[in-house]
Design a protein around this ligand. Sequence first.
Ligand SMILES: NC(=O)c1ccc[n+]([C@@H]2O[C@H](COP(=O)([O-])OP(=O)(O)OC[C@H]3O[C@@H](n4cnc5c(N)ncnc54)[C@H](OP(=O)(O)O)[C@@H]3O)[C@@H](O)[C@H]2O)c1
Length: 351
Amino acid sequence: MHVLSEPDVSKIFRGLTQDQCHSFIKALGDALISISKESKPSFPASDKQIHQPLRTVFTTNKNNSCIFMPISDTVSTGIKVVTVASSGIQGVINVFNPEGRLQGLLAAAEVTAFRTALATMTLLVRVTTIRKEHVLVLGSGRQAEWHARLALLLYPEQIRRVSFVNRGAKRLAEMERDVFSELRASYPSVSFVTLAKEGVDDYPQKLGGELAAADVIFSCTPSLEPNFGFAELQKAPKQRFISLIGSYKPPMHEIDTETLLSGGGRVYVDSKSACLEEAGELITAGLGEGDLIEMGDLLGAGRNVEEAIDVPVGCNVVYKCVGMGLMDLVVGKKVLEVGGEMGLGIHVDGF
Ligand SMILES: NC(=O)c1ccc[n+]([C@@H]2O[C@H](COP(=O)([O-])OP(=O)(O)OC[C@H]3O[C@@H](n4cnc5c(N)ncnc54)[C@H](OP(=O)(O)O)[C@@H]3O)[C@@H](O)[C@H]2O)c1
């Protein structure tokens, strides 16, 4: 049984090459294809390989939310157990062999941020007709960081500017101190800027400027109100890639309905059923399954998981993801594999 701590996982992700990132995209893409195929009503129940029961969530009297996410793809079984506390998110992903022997245990916080950003990248890499010069990231948590990191890893030649826009100033200052210095050294031709809503009088004008410039918008907040209005995008019309991974409850809205429908009414999603149940933007817009394109269906229909998609003229590409345990299992297994190759972590016998 192999154990990877949070520092081990961080080291693995920060050291990934572009080729390794593409191989993670391929592994995640293949898993999404399988789960979409198996979720069709016509798929025989007896042939199912993937079992993903609903997660269990409860809140302790210390106001900590404990989340248990079980998953099996038959080849491996896993469960992610994380606690969301005021100090942040902590937990582990357990990976078992088909007979239940524990094969790996890895820290879950950074894997969760990485796998969600990777899921966004499974679509971004297929959007070849939209420029990726200006990247705007809404939020300044781990998800925001990993969306920026993976976009930079995949498009170092194209990206010229990365802007982080956040509600509060504190997290941006931490990002400036802990993340930007490293990214500036790795990508000297990219400019990194921050904009806080808190304490900036002309925030709406400044945000408008960032939105006008943005080709790619990664929204990573649990916002209850849209972080920007469609009218702001329309002031500088161009095709954009817009992803939303932050909202996960009906009252949450990272964008307004017009922005949501700006892909010609089509929204790409990780899971139709989960997004229709959990994503506030989709519920408010009254969307149904017919308005959504599940990533697994898209990826499965192409010749390969990175085949370019057709983006109609005048349309954006809009993507919504609420996440699933299968992503943790697939990515967690690959991280254990890469960690083993790099000699990271510890091996424990007897499980
Ligand atoms: N789709 C998935 O699979 C998936 C997986 C994991 C997490 N998530 C979600 O992704 C989001 C970001 O995760 P994270 O780990 O990066 O979280 P985090 O570290 O807690 O960061 C949250 C960010 O959102 C901002 N924010 C919080 N409430 C807001 C509000 N009401 N309006 C506007 N901004 C607000 C925070 O700004 P301040 O600095 O001002 O507080 C912070 O920048 C969360 O909503 C999380 O639940 C999604």
